[in-house]
Design a protein around this ligand. Sequence first.
Ligand SMILES: C[S@@+](CC[C@H](N)C(=O)[O-])C[C@H]1O[C@@H](n2cnc3c(N)ncnc32)[C@H](O)[C@@H]1O
Length: 305
Amino acid sequence: MARDFALTPKQIQSKYLYDALGSSLFESICRLPWYRIARAESRLLTRWADEMVGPVEDPVTLLELGCGSGEKVALLAEALRSRRRHVAIHLIDISPTALELSERTLGALEHVSVVGHRATYEEGLRRAARERPPLGGLLVLFLGSNIGNFDPPASHEFLCEIRRAQRPGDALLLGADLVKPVKELLLAYNDPLGITAAFNKNLLVRMNRELGANFDLSSFEHSAIWNPDERRVEMHLISMREQTVRIPRADVSVRFGKGESIWTESSYKYEPRGIVELVSAAGFRSHAQWMDPDAGFALTLFLAG
Ligand SMILES: C[S@@+](CC[C@H](N)C(=O)[O-])C[C@H]1O[C@@H](n2cnc3c(N)ncnc32)[C@H](O)[C@@H]1O
């Protein structure tokens, strides 16, 4: 924490956005008319689920990194029902609220067993890979364009980590948001109802509650900008005045100048071909790609080579 506040610009890692309120606000964002990618991805999963699970050997283990509500993995588990085989599902999420929600969503399915891991992606992946059965294929799901929160070197490193956790013939289904007109991109991260602003500012609420900090919410504003050189939307919290904030449980005092920002999230955007290149460089082979051209979203299935 002290280290991230010492950077220029100051930073908070985006994984901290997801406490109980943050997870609920994210579910609301997914229902906003301006955040179209969640519905686009669910439509693609519904339409092509059989093809997506097709190449994975029975008995299938599904592993979702950052499962959120679990509604998307449920669509694939439904498609596997017709094979009349048991499906093991590992859910990995840093947020206990997301895990509870997704365990409830999947609890309605009789042919599945669910193991939840409250962990970071990296730790959860290692744990779930150790626990998978010796037979059958593993399909790793990394959906919702979560990959976009990693910068290019970190996404390469993490994709290599996924590949190392897999055996030849296993698969990775990656959902990624595509580059689109800037106005459309910014509307998705700066919605007129202010839900994304609340999601972002909740980081300050969380630090006040959990770390005893004294952030004054009215003196920070949400901002979302498009960085064309890096092809990413950045979320920031901008200090509207000069101020010093005390964070006792992290043992730091942080000085803010007027207009100074805390960078809270990056969401990289991709070209369809770029997705294939990024993941192939980590040792996967592209198998198929499905796209929603209206919302600008792609799901790509890769096989571990
Ligand atoms: C943008 S939401 C997407 C949820 C879901 N995959 C979807 O597509 O709707 C990201 C999810 O990943 C979890 N998450 C974010 N960063 C994480 C990390 N570093 N390790 C584990 N979970 C993380 C969050 O708690 C949240 O549930």
